[in-house]
Write a protein that binds this ligand. Structure first.
Ligand code: R5P
Length: 316
């Protein structure tokens, strides 16, 4: 077993890191992570970490490249300070959507990021709802891939809607397995949108919905809501097809640009997201956004990994 558990964070999502530390019952370690005026990132670990089991909690969210560099430099600092094992907790894995070469001369940035993290010196990765499961295989170190579905299930069940009135809707066929897993746990039906991208990634078109949504309470489910385009287009389609109420649940609330305004003007009643990414002030003020915490899930995983216990219970 590893001697001492140490938790650190950069500047990507310190609120989540504090919450995780509080659930884990371990104080956040003292690390200075800042930029010099020339834009170089600097890290100094002020605690003795020699021989420790160190965890860095850092989403690679906006500003994505700064968050990434902070993570890499923190790994390097801990390695050079003789931490015994370095685990990186990346609740939101930036660049995950660049996971395949689906056009000529494009990169697979999710793989490049995995290589950078490994070369920097990480021994293990803990992450939540990867855009594609196969990103786990981009790493040659262990990856613990956690799922936020139990958090959404608990919340949706607390809304007290009869199972037979609910339908979980995936915006596209790529998210069908994820939506099916939620529908199974909610014991309700499933529908799938036929979403097509026209041109760049910000333009989604929903041609049809496979499954019965008329008179139903729909829960749209996706891993990421970014510009909101996909969710809002399918919500409008569901409204047209006679869905009675429309909610949306997304693991990672990227919510870039004017996503909040678009959401306000959409048929979506409420959007449930987790706190893998912190909310900007504008997004925090959006009355339709309801953030659910994944801190306890991460803290439980960290403690179990530290104690070398199985984490399979977290997937049930
Ligand atoms: C794509 O395959 C993802 O699962 C999301 O559907 C997508 O990234 C959401 O992006 P946006 O909100 O910009 O439509």
């Amino acid at each position: 077993m590893f001697s001492k558990l140490k938790l650190f964070t950069g500047n990507a999502n310190p609120e989540l890191a504090k919450e995780v530390a509080s659930f884990a019952g371990v104080p956040l370690g003292d690390a200075e992570v800042f930029k010099f005026s020339n834009d170089d990132t600097f890290v100094k670990i002020n605690d003795n970490v020699r021989g420790t089991d160190a965890f860095i909690i850092q989403s690679t969210c906006n500003p994505v490249n700064d968050s990434m560099m902070e993570l890499l430099i923190m790994i390097d600092a801990l390695k050079r300070a003789s931490a015994q094992r370095i685990s990186v907790v990346i609740p939101y894995y930036g660049y995950a959507r660049s996971d395949k070469k689906d056009q000529p001369r494009v990169p697979i940035t999710a793989k490049l990021v995995a290589d950078l993290i490994t070369v920097a010196g990480a021994d293990r990765v803990i992450t939540v709802d990867l855009h594609a499961d196969q990103i786990q295989g981009f790493f040659n170190i262990p990856v613990d891939h956690l799922f936020s579905i139990p958090i959404f299930v608990r919340y949706i069940k607390s809304m007290g809607i009869e199972e037979e009135r609910l339908v979980v809707v995936s915006p596209d066929s790529g998210g069908a397995n994820r939506a099916r897993a939620l529908a199974k746990r909610l014991n309700c039906s499933l529908a799938i949108g036929d979403k097509r991208r026209t041109g760049n990634d910000d333009n989604a078109e929903v041609l049809n919905v496979i499954g019965d949504v008329k008179g139903k309470i729909a829960i749209l489910f996706d891993d990421i809501i970014d510009t909101g385009g996909s969710m809002i287009k399918i919500a409008s389609k569901l409204e047209e097809l006679g869905a009675e109420r429309i909610f949306a649940a997304c693991v990672h609330g990227v919510l870039s640009g004017n996503a909040a305004e678009r959401l306000e003007n959409s048929p979506i009643e409420k959007l449930f997201i987790t706190n893998t990414i912190p909310l900007t002030t504008k997004n925090r003020n959006c009355k339709k956004i309801n953030q659910l915490s994944i801190a306890e899930l991460l803290a439980t995983a960290i403690k179990k990994i530290h104690l070398e216990e199985s984490i399979s219970i977290l997937f049930r």
